[in-house]
Design a protein around this ligand. Structure first.
Ligand SMILES: NC(=O)c1ccc[n+]([C@@H]2O[C@H](COP(=O)([O-])OP(=O)(O)OC[C@H]3O[C@@H](n4cnc5c(N)ncnc54)[C@H](O)[C@@H]3O)[C@@H](O)[C@H]2O)c1
Length: 315
């Protein structure tokens, strides 16, 4: 029998995990295992999703829903969305104390039960949690990848499209650096609309407004919904899973350990990454403007500080 990819989502009883599952099922990416410390929440999400089958035609997809970490055994991809989401007014940094312990414990399980998996971390504060995952699993950097740049870039592209009055499909733009409101770096110098620089469409003031909207994109949604967003985070993460299980060689912004790229070593930040069957197969450097270089360096420094705090939870 031809093996279907096995995708385990830890934290699947929650909003982001359930959204990843939904997009993964719609894209028919493989067999899903929904794991959550609250078994009933995972079961509920699986049942809800299963009942979409009659209309969406994915009745051959098998769901496992459980609180047992061993259910991830043999997974090709493990997506970790477990943790506490942001509350209105709370920064991602404030989440570090709670989520470090959760991520650490789950990573021990990943190492034990799915030692060959590619691990995609979604839990916040993102870059510090990717660091924790890398430390605990000891996996090579190719197999420990943070999902955030896909979301932040989607927000950047959306705000650019809205401001310029063009189709978002024709907007090429990325956000690099830290996944924090303060320190993410929307890259204006390379932003294009249909291969035409954005400066041809928008004034410097308007571009600045777009950049600010992008940076507070998460906080805006948290204030509106009362918890952090899940549809776009789920869509972006499912896109990463798809790139891996279908070996698509997509180039997407992801958080990985830097090894000299951008002149940085041992820090975890968002950079352009080639995603394929082996995970983060390559990291690409791009030329940044002087102000972007400065913002990127600030972002690395902020993440290094968070990594220092996260380190205290590794013992
Ligand atoms: N990186 C991104 O782009 C991005 C975007 C949105 C949210 N997030 C983060 O994703 C995480 C999840 O957000 P959410 O809105 O889905 O939260 P949520 O509260 O809806 O879901 C989290 C789930 O994790 C489960 N959980 C907690 N500890 C667990 C453990 N030890 N093992 C298994 N499951 C466990 C909870 O029971 C819950 O069901 C948060 O940390 C949030 O900040 C990241």
């Amino acid at each position: 029998m031809i093996k279907r990819p096995k995708i385990a989502i830890v934290g699947a009883g929650g909003n982001v995990g359930a959204a990843v599952a939904q997009w993964a099922v719609l894209k028919e990416l493989g067999d899903l295992v929904l794991i959550d410390i609250k078994a009933q929440a995972a079961e509920g999400r699986a049942l809800d999703l299963t009942q979409c089958g009659p209309w969406e035609g994915f009745n051959n997809t098998s769901f496992v829903a459980t609180d047992k970490p061993e259910a991830m055994a043999g997974a090709d991809v493990v997506v970790m969305t477990a943790g506490v989401p942001r509350k209105p007014g709370q920064s991602r940094e404030e989440l570090i104390g709670i989520n470090s312990g959760i991520v650490r414990d789950i990573c021990h399980n990943v190492k034990t039960h799915a030692p060959d998996a590619i691990l995609i971390v979604v839990s916040n504060p993102l870059d510090a949690m990717v660091f924790v995952a890398k430390q605990v699993t000891g996996f090579p950097r190719e197999r420990v990848i943070g999902s955030a740049g896909v979301l932040d870039s989607a927000r950047f592209r959306t705000y650019l499209a809205l401001a310029a009055g063009v189709s978002v499909e024709d907007v090429q733009a990325i956000v690099l650096g830290a996944h924090t409101d303060k320190d993410m770096v929307p890259i204006v110098s390379h932003a294009m609309i249909g291969n035409v620089p954005v400066s041809k469409f928008l004034s410097a003031e308007k571009i600045n407004e777009v950049v600010e909207n992008t940076k507070k994109g998460g906080a805006t949604l948290t204030a509106l919904i009362g918890t952090s967003a899940w549809l776009a985070p789920g869509a972006g993460t499912a896109l990463m899973v798809e790139a891996i299980v279908r070996n698509q060689q997509r180039v997407l912004p992801c958080s990985v350990e830097l090894r000299g790229e951008f002149g940085v070593k041992d820090a975890f930040v968002g950079v352009p990454v080639k995603l394929g069957a082996k995970g983060a197969e390559a990291v690409y450097e791009i030329e940044l403007s002087a102000s972007e270089k400065e913002a990127f360096a600030k972002s690395v420094a902020a993440n290094t500080e968070l990594m220092g705090i996260a380190k205290t939870f590794l013992k």
